[in-house]
Design a protein around this ligand. Structure first.
Ligand SMILES: NC(=O)c1ccc[n+]([C@@H]2O[C@H](COP(=O)([O-])OP(=O)(O)OC[C@H]3O[C@@H](n4cnc5c(N)ncnc54)[C@H](OP(=O)(O)O)[C@@H]3O)[C@@H](O)[C@H]2O)c1
Length: 335
C-alpha cells in the first residue's frame, strides 16, 4: 500500500521536516495531514482519504521513506514548520508509542510523544484552524465496570493509558473543537505479523509446540480500515457541523480473549488448535491491563457515523493470508 503525499510543499530543514519527494501535486480539495502514517492505523487512514480524492500528506519518523515526510513530532519547531507550510484542513494524529510495556520502560520518551507532542500539535492546529482528530485508546478505563460510555470517568491502570488520557486532555484544552476517537486493540494490513497484537498470534497458531495464550483479558479486535472509515466520516461531518466535537468511541463488536482469537484464526485457516493452551492469570511482569474495557459506541451510532465491522474471521483472514506458507512470496514482492 502506498500513502502518497498528494501535495508536498515542506521546506527542507535537515533533521526536522524532510521533503522526500516533490511530485503529484493535486490542486484543490481538502487537505489532511496524517501523523504516524508509517504505522498500522496511519497507513489505513492515508489510503481512506486518498480514496475520496483528498490531498493527503503523511508523516513518519524512523520508517519514513519515499513519498512520506520524516518529522520528529517531539521537535516543536518541526511541528510548527509542518503546519505552517502545509496548512491542513484536518489533522488525524495517529503517531504514538502504543506498546504498554515499552511505555512503562521508556516513560520519558513515550510521554514526550504521547503528551507533549500532542499538546504542541493541538496548539498549532488551533492557530491554523485545522480540525484535529486525536486517536486514543480503551486503556483510559480500568476495565472494572464495562461497557464504558464517552462520559464515563477514565481511570487508566498503566502509564500508556495515563499518557493517552493526558494527550486527550491536552487536545481538548488547546483545541476545543477537536475530536477524540477512542478505539480498542487494532489489526489490519500489516507489514509483518508482529506489527499488531492480533496478527502476532499467527506465530503461535503456526507453532508446532504447545503455546500458552491469555484467556483472561476480554478484547474487541478492531480492523484499522474500519477506524480509518470512521475518521473520514468524522472529518467530513465535523467540517460541516461544529457540534461534532469531543469524545467518540468506536469498536469491533466481537468479544474475545487472545486465546479465542488464536483458535478462531486456526479454524479460519484449517489449522490445528489443540497446541494452544488458555492461560487465566495475567503475567506478573507486564504492565497491568484492564480486564474488560468494552467501549459503548452509541454516540457515533446516533450520529450515523459508525461502520458495521466485518466478522472477525473474515477480516483477519484477509490480513493474514499473505503470511501463509504458500503466499510468502508476496511479502518479498510487495512489502
Ligand atoms: N495498535 C493498537 O492496537 C491500538 C489500540 C488502541 C489505540 N491505538 C492508538 O492508535 C494510534 C495508532 O496506533 P498504531 O498501532 O498505528 O501505532 P504504530 O503502528 O505503532 O505506529 C506508531 C507511529 O508513530 C510514529 N512515531 C513514533 N515516534 C515518532 C516521533 N518521535 N515523531 C513522529 N512520529 C513518530 C511511528 O513512525 P515510525 O515508525 O516511522 O518511526 C509510527 O508511524 C495510536 O495513537 C495508538 O495509541 C492503537
Amino acid at each position: 500500500m502506498s500513502c502518497g503525499a498528494a501535495e508536498l510543499r515542506i521546506t527542507f530543514s535537515p533533521g526536522r521536516v524532510q521533503l522526500v519527494q516533490e511530485e503529484e501535486v493535486v490542486p484543490g480539495g481538502p487537505r489532511v495531514l496524517v501523523t504516524g502514517a508509517t504505522g498500522l492505523l496511519g497507513r489505513a487512514v492515508c489510503a481512506e482519504f486518498l480514496s475520496i480524492g483528498w490531498s493527503v500528506i503523511g508523516t513518519g519518523y524512523r520508517r519514513a521513506r519515499p513519498r512520506l515526510l520524516r518529522c520528529d513530532l517531539t521537535d516543536e519547531d518541526a511541528v510548527r514548520g509542518l503546519l505552517h507550510e502545509y496548512q491542513p484542513d484536518v489533522i488525524v494524529h495517529c503517531a504514538a508509542e502504543r506498546r504498554p510495556d515499552v511505555v512503562e520502560r521508556y516513560t520519558e520518551a513515550a510521554v514526550n510523544l504521547n503528551v507533549h507532542a500532542t499538546s504542541m500539535l493541538a496548539k498549532e492546529a488551533a492557530v491554523c484552524g485545522a480540525l484535529l482528530i486525536y486517536i486514543s485508546t480503551d486503556y483510559v478505563f480500568d476495565g472494572r465496570n464495562p461497557p464504558y460510555g464517552e462520559d464515563d470517568s477514565p481511570n487508566p491502570l498503566n502509564v500508556y493509558g495515563r499518557s493517552k488520557l493526558e494527550g486527550e486532555r491536552e487536545t481538548l484544552r488547546h483545541c476545543p473543537g477537536a475530536v477524540v476517537l477512542r478505539v480498542p486493540v487494532l489489526f489490519g494490513e500489516v507489514e509483518s505479523v508482529m506489527e499488531s497484537a492480533v496478527t502476532s498470534l499467527w506465530v503461535k497458531v503456526e507453532a508446532s509446540e504447545s503455546c500458552t495464550l491469555d484467556h483472561c483479558q476480554q478484547r474487541f479486535p478492531t480492523d484499522a480500515r474500519d477506524v480509518a472509515t470512521v475518521c473520514r466520516k468524522l472529518a467530513e461531518r465535523a467540517r460541516q457541523d461544529p457540534s461534532i466535537k469531543g469524545i467518540f468511541h468506536f469498536s469491533g463488536k466481537e468479544q474475545m480473549t487472545k486465546y479465542e482469537m488464536a483458535v478462531a484464526i486456526a479454524q479460519a485457516f484449517n489449522l490445528p488448535s489443540n497446541h494452544l493452551i488458555p492461560l487465566t492469570e495475567q503475567p506478573v511482569a507486564a504492565a497491568p491491563r484492564p480486564v474488560n474495557a468494552q467501549l459503548n459506541c452509541s454516540r457515533l451510532e446516533l450520529q450515523n457515523l459508525g461502520v458495521e465491522p466485518r466478522p472477525f474471521t473474515v477480516a483477519i483472514t484477509d490480513c493474514l493470508w499473505p503470511f501463509t506458507p504458500d503466499k510468502r512470496w508476496r511479502q518479498t514482492v510487495f512489502h
